[in-house]
Write a protein of this length. Structure first.
Ligand code: PRP
Ligand code: GUN
Length: 187
């Protein structure tokens, strides 16, 4: 039992389901990229950090190509909880990605604004190819169409926490994904 269990209204994705889906996504990527000599995984901090760690390890276990791990931090300006699509880089890539096969590892695609900006940015840095793996997608919240080749779970337009996803920087360590009780937002 974690301290956070009392704050969760309901679990929508269990630890076991997260593990199974991560392995499935890794197998698909390993098969599709079987002929490349290396893959550069780009994690968008902070939400995707758990998924990046587990996905990259699975990719190794299922015989994927050697990977390099890169991290970016971006902040999207918006009003309240809405993202505006105006993105500022807080932490850039540490190395040149020109000529490399890149996979963006995202936790969640909500409006799609962050990812849409990021894809243009990575392409402008002359990556050889850019694909996206996103653990969660909210199909009904999408504002800009973004090509997400690998999707873990399509979920309803509700605010979720856990497995890297926060509310006010908390709940990232929750091992499953769930919806908070309404009273948590009144504190
Ligand atoms: O599709 P969008 O509407 O653009 O939303 C998706 C983005 O929002 C979240 O990041 P957040 O800004 O909450 O930062 P964090 O990962 O550091 O918590 C998530 O990690 C995605 O990067
Ligand atoms: N924690 C969290 N961050 C998000 N960013 C975009 N959608 C979500 C969500 O449902 N939960």
């Amino acid at each position: 039992m974690g301290w956070y269990d009392a704050d969760i209204d309901r679990v929508i994705i269990t630890e076991e389901e997260l593990r199974g889906k991560t392995a499935e996504l890794a197998k698909q990527v390993a098969a599709d990229y079987a002929s490349v000599d290396g893959l550069l995984l780009v994690c968008v901090l902070k939400g995707a950090v758990m998924f990046m760690a587990d996905f990259s390890r699975e990719l190794g276990k299922v015989g994927g190509p050697p990977v390099e791990l890169e991290f970016m931090a971006v902040s999207s300006y918006g009003q309240g909880t809405t993202s505006s699509g105006v993105v500022r880089i807080l932490k850039d890539l540490d190395r040149d990605i020109a000529g490399k096969h890149v996979i963006v590892v995202e936790d969640i695609v909500d409006s799609g604004l962050t990812l849409s900006w990021l894809l243009k940015y990575l392409e402008s840095r002359s990556a050889k190819s850019v694909d996206v793996v996103a653990l969660f997608r909210k199909p009904e919240a999408i504002k800009v169409p973004v090509p997400v080749k690998y999707v873990g779970f399509d979920i309803p337009t509700e605010f979720v926490v856990g497995y890297g996803l926060d509310y006010s920087e908390r709940y990232r360590e929750v091992p499953y994904v769930g919806i908070l009780k309404p009273e948590v937002y009144q504190r």
